[in-house]
Design a protein around this ligand. Sequence first.
Ligand code: AR6
Length: 177
Amino acid sequence: MSTPANRDQRLELCRGDITRCRVDAIVNAANQTLLGGGGVDGAIHRAAGPELLAECRRLQGCRTGEAKITRGYRLPASYVIHTVGPVWHGGNQGEKELLQACYRHSLLLAAEHRLTSIAFPAISTGVYRFPPSLAAELALEAVRDTLPRTPTITRVIFVCFNAETYRIYERLLADCR
Ligand code: AR6
């Protein structure tokens, strides 16, 4: 289920579970320990199997706004890019810049590994309470601003787990037609 109806044909929208995505890399909305958690992080670790946690243990965590890469193990995706979104504290603690840094660093890391397709969840919009509309606007802006620096990447898929997130992205992508 994807909608290519937006100006940049590299951007796609998809409703569902990111662990099912057959792409070069899926992005995990992790926490600083990189040792698993709930939400999309828990789903990715369950689907990838224990080898993922073993590799994550060797990474020694990740700072908010940064990204680290592992293999995908039992996932259909070859790699997992783990990034740590900001916790929303009202918007005056650098949350917007940190959220955009997650998208930027994930794309740059994917390009460094010569990957061509990457799927993102709506980072920080669950347990970390980032307002979903603002998060989606920032995500799209960050991706659009970064794509000129990541020539290998031909597909960026925004995976929306719930109907509200899907509607937000659908509107934002349609607005740019
Ligand atoms: N596929 C795609 N999106 C999903 C899936 C899935 N399988 N499951 C949930 N989402 P969250 P955060 C959506 O809470 O806010 C973890 O415990 C979900 O609907 O997973 O960045 C980590 O370890 C929401 O839109 O991540 C951290 O401690 C989005 O993914 C903390 O949560 C993000 O929700 C990170 O919080």
